[in-house]
Write a protein that binds this ligand. Sequence first.
Ligand code: FES
Length: 146
Amino acid sequence: MLYSEKVMDHFEHPRNVGEIENADGVGQVGNPKCGDIMKMYLKIDDGVITDVKFKTFGCGSAIATSSMATELIMGKRVEEALQLTNAAVAEALDGLPGYKMHCSVLAEEAIKAALADYYQRQGLPVPEACKLPCEDEHGHGSCCCG
Ligand code: FES
């Protein structure tokens, strides 16, 4: 089978879909090659992620990886959430086909963008780990993945 059972489960029953009113950090990223967009909302209390929601206008792999990513960072400290990589999200889903790995980058980058927004709102310096790979070229909220 092309997709693992976990990918299919998170695609068919995505967790934590929606928006958070009065979120403490919001990030939106897009993949200019396929046009898919992901928006991530974080509620953060005392440095701990207490709620996370996402909305994705994207493919099944983007939906499944965002869903898994929200589960992986829920309850984590912001410093831990910053360490989450797209490879770790894909691994937690028992893998993705190689040509769909770029879809998992959206989830990682949406979390980083939301955390960058959180740090900015707090008046804190944005950690290097929040910075998106193509931030210099396109500004925050875009990426060249894919
Ligand atoms: Fe665009 Fe999957 S094809 S994120």
